[in-house]
Ligand binder design. Structure first.
Ligand code: HEM
Length: 223
């Protein structure tokens, strides 16, 4: 097996990580385009909901986290500060799309006189949008450190990464429940449904691996 001297792990692991990060970029882009094609944004008020939610959580949020990946970042060679800036721009886009998507479905339900937050998808979705908004507000001290007196930057970053991962997993679970809705199951055949379900599930595993390995690598360095 290819294994350079002085290296801590076989080179093949690096290839697998690069491959899985590339796959995640492709899955999220293809999934977002597919949902846009199926929902045809603008064709109805409802159509904006799946479109904005997939754009927010599958595209913007995944890209915002993947850009820190040592193996799959499109801006790998840029300084960490630049990555941080691009990350918060993408996260602002994610929150804006999420708010627009929830506004669209809530107003649509209001116009049709339907009750709100009656399904597991609606309830978990509401929680997800509240958590992503909170997570973004709680990230402000990472830019203006003086706002969090008594907290070291390293500690803030650790908590931000851990709660960010929980937020990402909530987003993936909400997407998955959205795919189980009557609208989506009526739009695709069974085999296509299983393929679609992989689109939030696989990136969730890759992102979980990326965040936890970055955290564990730091712990190893500290101990
Ligand atoms: C992370 C992404 C998503 C979040 C946070 C989210 C959030 C929500 C919320 C809060 C509601 C309830 C609104 C109300 O009751 O006033 C809702 C409803 C709905 N969503 Fe989503 N959604 C997401 C993705 C999707 C996707 C991808 C689809 C379709 C493929 C979808 C389809 C629906 C449908 C059909 C409803 C109306 C029926 C129901 O209340 O369950 N959603 N969503």
């Amino acid at each position: 097996m290819a294994h350079r001297e002085g290296e801590s792990e076989p080179r093949v692991y690096g290839y697998i990580r690069t491959g899985s990060a590339a796959l995640t970029h492709i899955i999220c882009a293809v999934f977002t385009v597919t949902i846009a094609v199926l929902s045809r944004p603008g064709s109805s008020l409802f159509s904006w909901h799946p479109f904005f939610m997939t754009l927010a959580f599958s595209f913007f949020m995944t890209e915002a986290i993947l850009l820190f990946s040592p193996h799959g970042s499109p801006i790998k060679r840029f300084p960490h500060k630049t990555k941080g800036r691009v990350h918060w721009v993408l996260q602002c886009l994610c929150v804006s799309c999420a708010l627009l998507g929830v506004a669209a479905i809530s107003y649509n339900k209001h116009l049709n006189g339907k009750p709100h937050f009656t399904s597991w998808h609606g309830l978990l979705g509401l929680l997800t949008v509240c958590v992503v908004a909170l997570q973004s507000l709680a990230a402000v001290p990472l830019i203006y450190h003086s706002l969090a007196k008594g907290w070291s930057l390293a500690k803030l970053k650790r908590y931000h990464a851990a709660s960010g991962l929980v937020t990402y997993l909530l987003g993936s679970a909400s997407l998955l429940l959205g795919l189980s809705s009557a609208w989506f199951t009526a739009s695709v055949r069974e085999y296509a449904w299983y393929l679609s379900a992989l689109c939030p599930a696989l990136p969730a595993l890759i992102i979980m691996n990326q965040v936890t390995s970055a955290y564990m690598a730091k712990r190893r360095l500290q101990s």
